[in-house]
Structure formats: structure tokens, C-alpha cells
Ligand binder design. Structure first.
Ligand code: SAM
Length: 258
């Protein structure tokens, strides 16, 4: 007897995990395993891989955020905040009215952040959560930041919609992320460095090349500057713009919920 129907259920949608295509439902678990492995060496590896450049990019990012220096209440949400670089820099330059919440899916990354941020007492809090389903009420924050985080989420559009939802009208969206190099020759050099040196440094310093290969591959899978700006606008944000850092190795996208 012939069988004229499909016996398997519908195929699951795929997501990219670096250069690999994985079932959408599997991606976040794979990402979480990466950050659980790298948490202890994360800050050191950032310095080693970038020669300290990430510190300049993050300083630029926080300067652009410009949290108030006064005692006026100001609520910052740093999503995928990990070990705390952005929230800690923001609290260092802000006045006493600024409070920051780091929301990250990885308990291990936030554990490092907690130790680093203890000096800020109750001005800094940590909440475990997923950027795609934030555990906060609508219109709760004056600013939403995400640095080197959105590349890791499974559905970028859902994370952006969540950013829009939790911002107050008049709230600021700022994203720092690896992007597409727009300077000829630098792109070739950067490719050679990232595909060869970064996994090797991961092996040498952290005993883990696979996680750093994921880093390099995930950067290549992330939309370029203009495409990402379009996604930000699609989420409802206005006055979206971007600024390249180091020729487009990274970029800062900013926008407003008006
Ligand atoms: N923002 C920090 C920085 O700039 O150093 C950490 C960036 S680290 C490359 C990426 C962070 O994104 C990790 O801490 C990881 O746990 C977090 N992350 C990945 N997927 C996430 C998700 N769906 N929701 C929230 N955080 C997520």
C-alpha cells in the first residue's frame, strides 16, 4: 500500500549558532553553555583579544549614554550585561540618582559582575532573564543598553520589541555590537586575525578554542549596520542612527522610544 502523507512532524525552524544551523529551540542552550564556560576568563580574554580596545569602545558607548550627573532618578537597564562593564562604567560617571539593573541569562556571568559591582550597593541589581522575554513591566526604564549581547539571542526582532516595551516614552536605546568592517584592507586583516588568532588565544589563555570560534563566527552572521538599523526602526524606535568604531569592527546603534 502506498503512503501519500508525511510521517514526520513539521521541521523545526533553524537558527545560526556561529556558522552552524541548529534547531531554533536548541540555540539559547548552546549560547548559555558558551558563557557558562567562559565566565571566569571573560574579562581577561576581552583585554587579550582586543588589546584593550573594547575598553575604549565601552567608554565611548557610556559617554553617548550620558547618564545624568544629578540626583534626578534615572533607571538604566543593561541587558546581557554579563560581568558588568557597561553598568559599572555608567554608575561611575552618573550622579546618585542613577540606578542600574543588569539582566542576563547567565548566572555565571552575573556572579562575576556581582563581585565587581559590590561597591555600588543597592544602586546596582542583578536579575536573571532572557532578552526576548524581559521580566520587567512596560515603560519601566529611562535607558536600555545592550553591549555585545544581541548577536547571541535567537530572535533579534523579539529582543528589540522587548527593549521598546520596557522603555518609557522618551527612553533611549543604545546597542554596542560587532559589525561589518567598512574599510578596505582592514577587513582582510581583521578576518585573518579573527579566524586564526582569536581561537588560538582562547585555547592558550582560557583552554577553550571552541567558544572563541563561536564568537568569531557569530559576528559574521550578525546583520550589517544598515540592516540592523532597519530592525531597530521596525521595532517602533525613532531617530535610529549608528556610528562605526574602529572602521566598523564594532558599531553603536542608538534610537529613541518617543
Ligand atoms: N555586556 C557585557 C559586555 O559587554 O562585556 C557582556 C557581553 S557577553 C559577550 C554576552 C552576554 O549575553 C553574556 O553574558 C550572555 O550570558 C548574555 N546573553 C546571551 N543570550 C542572552 C539572552 N537571550 N538574554 C539575556 N542575556 C543573554
Amino acid at each position: 500500500m502506498s503512503q501519500d502523507f508525511e510521517t514526520k512532524g513539521p521541521k523545526e525552524r533553524k537558527a545560526s549558532f556561529g556558522f552552524a544551523a541548529v534547531d531554533e529551540s536548541a540555540k539559547q542552550g548552546l549560547v548559555n553553555a558558551v558563557f557558562s564556560r567562559v565566565a571566569r576568563n571573560y574579562d581577561l580574554m576581552n583585554d587579550v583579544m582586543s588589546g584593550g580596545l573594547h575598553r575604549l569602545w565601552k567608554s565611548d558607548f557610556v559617554s553617548l549614554l550620558a547618564p545624568p550627573k544629578s540626583t534626578v532618578p534615572y533607571a538604566l537597564l543593561d541587558v546581557a550585561g554579563g560581568t558588568g562593564d557597561i553598568a559599572l562604567k555608567a554608575l561611575e560617571v552618573a550622579g546618585a540618582g542613577t540606578r542600574a539593573v543588569i539582566c542576563d541569562i547567565s548566572a555565571e556571568m552575573m556572579e562575576v559582575g556581582r563581585a565587581r559591582g559590590a561597591r555600588f550597593g543597592d544602586r546596582l541589581t542583578f536579575v536573571q532573564g532572557n532578552a526576548e522575554c524581559l521580566p520587567f513591566c512596560d515603560r519601566s526604564f529611562d535607558a536600555y543598553t545592550i553591549a555585545f549581547g544581541i548577536r547571541n539571542v535567537t530572535h533579534i526582532d523579539t529582543a528589540l520589541a522587548e527593549a521598546f516595551r520596557v522603555l518609557k516614552p522618551g527612553g533611549r536605546f543604545l546597542c554596542l555590537e560587532f559589525s561589518t568592517v567598512e574599510v578596505p584592507l582592514l577587513d582582510t586583516l581583521y578576518d585573518a586575525y579573527s579566524f586564526n588568532a582569536i581561537p588560538a588565544l582562547g585555547a592558550l589563555v582560557a583552554g577553550d578554542s571552541a567558544s572563541y570560534r563561536y564568537l568569531v563566527e557569530s559576528i559574521r552572521r550578525f546583520p550589517d549596520q544598515k540592516t540592523f538599523m532597519g530592525l531597530i526602526e521596525n521595532a517602533g524606535f525613532e531617530r535610529a542612527r549608528y556610528r562605526n568604531l574602529s572602521g566598523g569592527i564594532a558599531a553603536i546603534h542608538s534610537a529613541w522610544r518617543l
